[in-house]
Write a protein that binds this ligand. Structure first.
Ligand code: G4P
Length: 528
């Protein structure tokens, strides 16, 4: 098959949600539908359930599981589906944000009882930033949830995206009767006792059909009809262009647990979700059908086997064909590199891959030369953009507890932060190391892993900062002045870019007023 046909077949996406909305359940149902797994329960939720006291063994176990379930590939009706898994726990949100840089679209799961939640909002911000096409699945219709009109209004207002319902629910909770498929004009009946079996489809839009009335009361059908009329006035008609630009989200209702409403979602997804398209680099847009290989690393799992210190780098192919044992160019290190045992992922197992195409994610074993954001090409010097670091919310100083192990600590901190577990900032004088995260749990993980994998002991000293902003300015003199006069709140990131450590948003505003030519950015990638 030629490159273009391979690209057209691929759908690379992530399922995202606030924890507990049903991401894992939906993923599993998609894998079951695609035949990638045979039994329910095969996909383990990779969330760390114990949130108050972190359980290290659990974390270790989860690391193992999340390697296997990080990418799930399946073939469905001629399409090659790559599902990129994201951690369920909010403290690992940064990992999720980075994974979103490697997908072509997302399915966002919203709990119909809870509506839009904190993590839903944050994830959508990242999607908006990258103009990622979004489809929304409103889950748990078997429970008494919010009114569908209220839910859609909440989505539009809070997620700042226009919505277009593709299905419409008939009742909820105990009165949940099914969904009306607006485009195909049919009703799919809900029968919770039939479990994963697809309910019968009655192809009619005549709502006094006696066959329908056997299942649904006339008053419910009349209500449905009225609601459908209203939807026509209230929501944008579907427009592929707007969906592809991330401005309009098709919405589906259902119940993942009951495998209900999922075929409609998945079939539509395959039809309209984008295959790999052009991706920005610092220099030009790379088109997937270009013959030469390009791609980037968006995630790293380190020290999979403590005896070998190997790492698995997750590499997203953006153009051309990847071939095992071929020499590729590592643009950051300016060196050639070859991979003898690249891995592809199939549901929850890995296997050796000979070749891979745009949209695919493969695992590259390496002993430390690959970092998050690294680009591989066939010789061209370029760097993919859009794999930024995000401002951390908690910042703490690393305190070495065993002076004899200073080197190990240094190495461990560097490697674990290269892996993307947290961000490292260095402050002068004194080479002070500051670790920034979005959640408490990472500090426990880092402390535990430094000791288990590097034999180093440390403590973390709380700092009063709640944000780290990257800085830029066209006014060199004023910029230098700020860096000098505010050196107590300036640190440098892994690429030696200055960041401003802020105690509050107010502090940023005040500093900005004093140095009007300096820009403060929430991510490490910005345009002035
Ligand atoms: P997550 O990955 O987004 O965190 O959510 P997950 O799929 O683990 O689902 C969270 C909980 O919601 C699970 O229950 C799951 O069974 C339930 N759930 C998912 N879809 C539906 C649905 O359509 N209807 C209802 N009523 N519940 C649903 P749990 O008790 O936390 O876990 P488990 O013991 O069932 O695994």
């Amino acid at each position: 098959m030629d490159l273009k046909s391979e690209i057209k077949k691929r759908r690379t996406f992530a399922i995202i949600s606030h924890p507990d909305a049903g991401k894992t359940t939906l993923t599993e149902k998609l894998l079951l539908m695609g035949g990638a797994i045979q039994v329910a329960g095969a996909v383990k939720s990779n969330k760390i359930r114990k949130t108050t006291t972190s359980d290290f063994l659990e974390i270790e176990k989860q690391r193992g599981i999340s390697v296997a379930t990080s990418v799930m590939t399946l073939d469905y009706k001629g399409a090659k589906i790559n599902i990129l898994d994201t951690p369920g726990h909010k403290d690992f949100a940064e990992d999720t944000y980075r994974t979103l840089t490697a997908v072509d679209s997302v399915i966002l799961v919203v709990d119909s009882v809870k509506g839009v939640e904190e993590q839903t909002r944050k994830l959508m911000e990242v999607c908006r930033m990258r103009a990622t096409p979004v489809m929304i699945f409103i889950n748990k219709l078997d429970r008494v949830g919010k009114d569908p009109f209220d839910l859609l209004e909440e989505l539009e207002e809070e997620l700042k995206i226009a919505v277009c319902p593709f299905t419409w629910p008939i009742g909820s909770g105990n009165d949940f009767k099914g969904v009306y498929d607006i485009n195909n004009k049919n009703i799919q009946l809900f029968n919770p006792h039939k479990g994963a079996k697809t309910a019968p489809i009655l192809t009619t839009d005549e709502l006094d059909n006696p066959e329908l009335l056997e299942h649904i009361e006339k008053s419910s059908l009349e209500k449905l009809w009225e609601e459908l009329e209203l939807t026509k006035d209230l929501y944008e008609p579907y427009n592929e262009g707007l969906y592809r630009e991330g401005l309009l989200a098709p919405v589906f209702f259902g119940s993942a647990l009951n495998n209900f409403g999922i075929p409609e979602l998945f079939e539509t997804f395959i039809q309209i979700a984008p295959c790999p398209t052009g991706i920005k680099t610092n220099d030009r847009i790379i088109l997937p059908e270009e013959n030469k290989l390009t791609g980037f690393v968006f995630k790293i799992h380190a020290n999979l086997d403590p005896n070998h210190r190997n790492r698995l780098a997750f590499f997203r192919i953006c153009s051309g064909k990847f071939e095992r044992n071929k020499m590729y160019f590592h643009t950051r290190l300016n060196k050639r590199i070859r991979f003898a045992a690249p891995a592809s992922f199939m549901a929850n197992s890995k296997s050796l891959v000979e070749e891979a195409f745009p949209g695919d994610v493969i695992g590259l074993y390496d002993n430390g030369s690959l970092k998050i954001g690294d680009t591989l090409t066939e010789g061209e010097i370029l760097q993919f953009t859009g794999v930024p670091s995000f401002s951390p919310e908690i910042l703490r100083e690393v305190i070495n507890k065993d002076p004899l192990k200073t080197k190990q600590l240094e190495k461990g901190v560097r490697q674990l932060t290269d892996e993307g577990l947290a961000q490292l900032f260095v402050q002068q004088p004194g080479n002070k190391k500051i670790i920034g995260t979005v959640g408490e749990l990472q500090y426990d993980v880092i402390k535990y892993r430094l000791e288990a994998e590097y034999g180093a002991k440390c403590d973390f000293h709380s700092l009063p900062f709640v944000k780290a902003c990257w800085l830029s300015s066209d006014n060199k003199k004023e910029f230098e002045k700020l860096l000098q006069l505010k050196s107590h709140v300036i640190a440098y990131d892994k690429d030696d870019n200055p960041v401003f450590l802020a105690e509050s948003d107010w502090m940023i505003r005040i500093t900005k007023e004093t140095y009007p030519s300096v820009n403060f950015h929430n991510t490490s990638e910005f345009k002035n």
